[in-house]
Write a protein that binds this ligand. Structure first.
Ligand code: SF4
Length: 336
């Protein structure tokens, strides 16, 4: 498919919102089975500010393609683990302050979100960081994650719950990764504490894009169809189902992410896409074209309103395609 044609077809589907994910280091206090990071490795913890130039480059790229808003997602590893030295919290503050200066110079609005598993006991230094940020720099938003399968033992779940109460309004979203085991837990209703989270917070289901334990963790299109039917029935205010049900393209499943990390984290698009196309330099545009062609989108009755699929590389691989029709159609049928 010609690149100009793809740009034309996708003109109303590409999000105006750009997301920069920066992985500061991989050290973490938990060990989720799908996570590709080396959680014993503290590399990067002593050189947080060195990642700023690649964040600035990502901002330039987004600015050049006309993104109207940037979210800077700052992640580990685990940023707020009790293991992290106090001095690193000063670097967090400087990192956010300088990144906000870059965005202001480019005239592009930016919000900053801190990713955390929220299992820690040293809470005062986190609250102090948030106080400083909100006084001098920007709102201190937390993106936390919930996983019903491989994340929490009893003590960790208790710590997570207590910190959710403590940080309260800072929590902007609870993210859940759609691994196959997680989908099965949701389908069987075995998700302790999740309904309470759904009542209080914005919940967002992320697509599994990582390589670790891929054969076990990557869902098929049938798994996703089953899960989206459940979301439409039981959790219709969660992302991305809310956008599909309300036909709001800005709540698209589809969003560009720039990974500004210099660590090898498994979040890199080209690592997986190279296996599909035998070409490490494959572009997102080629994945879009493959999605449109494989699913026959141009003759689909829902094409005009469809935000299209997540387009992560998993779902373009033949082994994860088990249904003859696109699984997203089921969700559109629900919205009619
Ligand atoms: S429902 Fe499926 S086939 Fe139809 S436009 Fe959306 S992604 Fe393409």
């Amino acid at each position: 498919m010609d690149s100009k044609l793809i740009d034309h077809l996708m003109r109303n589907k590409r999000s105006p919102h750009g997301e920069i994910a920066v992985v500061l280091f991989e050290h973490c206090n938990l060990s989720c089975s799908f996570c590709p990071q080396n959680h014993n490795d503290t590399t990067g913890m002593e050189s947080i500010l060195d990642k700023l130039p690649s964040v600035r480059e990502s901002m330039y790229r987004f600015n050049n393609v006309g993104k109207q808003l940037i979210t800077l997602n700052i992640q580990g590893g685990e940023l707020f683990s009790d293991f992290v030295p106090d001095s690193v919290f000063d670097d967090y503050y400087e990192f956010a302050r300088i990144a906000q200066d870059y965005a202001a110079c480019m005239g592009i609005p930016m919000s900053v979100a801190w990713g955390s598993n929220l299992v820690h006991t040293k809470t005062e230094r986190v609250l102090e960081l948030f106080r400083r940020l909100e006084t001098d720099v920007c709102e201190a938003n937390l993106m936390v994650s919930y996983d019903p399968v491989s994340r929490f033992n009893r003590a960790d779940l208790d710590s997570f719950r207590s910190n959710m109460e403590l940080y309260g309004d800072h929590v902007k979203a609870v993210n859940i990764t759609l691994t196959r085991p997680n989908i099965r837990k949701f389908l069987s209703g075995d998700t302790e504490y999740f309904d309470e989270l759904y009542e209080k917070y914005f919940c967002a289901f992320d697509f599994y894009q990582l390589e670790r334990n891929r054969a076990v963790n990557a869902p098929t299109d049938q798994d996703l169809q089953d899960m989206f039917r459940l979301l439409a029935e039981k959790y219709p205010r969660s992302n991305p189902i809310v956008g599909l049900l309300t036909q709001d393209k800005n709540e698209s499943l589809y969003q560009h992410t720039e990974n500004a990390s210099e660590t090898i984290s498994g979040f890199c698009d080209t690592t997986l896409s190279g296996k599909i196309f035998d070409d490490e330099s494959v572009t997102f545009q080629r994945m879009e074209a493959k999605w449109l062609e494989d699913y026959g989108c141009l003759t689909c009755q829902y094409f005009d309103r469809c935000s299209l699929g997540p387009i992560p590389q998993n779902f373009l691989q033949p082994e994860y395609r088990t249904l003859s029709e696109c699984w997203i159609k089921t969700v559109h049928e629900k919205a009619r």
